[in-house]
Ligand binder design. Sequence first.
Ligand code: SAM
Ligand code: SF4
Length: 344
Amino acid sequence: MNYLHTTHPKNSTASNLIDPQGRHLNYLRLAVTDRCNFRCTYCMPKEGIDLKARDNIMRFQEMEHLLGLFLDLGITKVRITGGEPFVRKGLPDFLTKINQYEKLETINLTTNAYFIENTIELFQKIKIGSVNISLDSLKPDVFYKITRRDDFERVRNSIDKILLTDLNIKLNMVVLKGVNDNEIVDFAMLANKYKVEVRFIEQMSFNGGGFSGEIYSADEIIGTLQKFFPEMVEHPQMRSTARLFDIPGFRGEIGIIAGHSRTFCSTCSRLRITPDGTFKTCLYDHGAVNLKDMLRSGKSDKEIKTAIRDAVAKRAKDGFESQHRTQQKVHFSKNHLSMAQIGG
Ligand code: SAM
Ligand code: SF4
């Protein structure tokens, strides 16, 4: 089905997605694959994760269809993520296609930058809001230790190239105690040189099992930065899930994402669809309903929209409540999911 038409006001069944806490949900994270060319230690074990069978992964047509329904319901922003989204063949065509959806105001991307060199031109042609690039070290040996891949130079070259454009770039660094925590200041200095948001992310437990690392907390990250940049000031308002800071004279900004501490839930406007079509209203839940399965079993658009609204109506107030509910349901005490399966 062609969903361009649903963006026309006459055809749209306009309604806003508002959860029980009154949060307006306008942001959908769409994970287009669970596959990845890297094996970041904080995301998955070295042998990788149990991948979904290809037939159990959403087809682009199905994603287009679902995105059309979400736009009708009030979503205006989408983030394409994964796994590594660019391992999925056909992604540039998908981006070009959804770029035509009038109601879609912004397309954001999260990538490890390995494959992006030849797609930068495309990014400049479509309504990209931001490209979030994961880079956890500026040192080739530490990069290798974290990603388990010897690709620092290729990634760095692509990042250097994209930083020369006027695209809005965010650099994501997951802070790992004893591994890259001594690079926090070096990363912050990138916001001095470039007009980028450098975002420090607290490590979360979604690493495919065996979570062992000690957390370098958001408060510790802020403390480290304040010691080196005492003039650093916090913005009065958070942006969705990030606390933002300015360092006088810097071209870019600093963001802190307390994914483990979950201090941002009150402003979270994100919904998620995992690569197999599971609809999640919180990072920490186990999914409300499988939308791909609904599509494949011939459910109508109306039924699918009702399922989406029902899930939103039951959205937990925060990640702790979500986790609590899930534990009660499936009796698990250890999180074996990888962020690549959820779409971080
Ligand atoms: N492969 C792409 C990338 O790395 O940018 C997109 C998918 S990745 C799952 C999305 C984001 O999740 C990345 O910024 C990554 O650093 C972050 N991430 C993965 N596992 C994480 C964990 N256990 N804790 C915190 N952040 C994590
Ligand atoms: Fe791949 Fe991204 Fe996970 Fe690293 S964080 S293993 S690049 S999905």
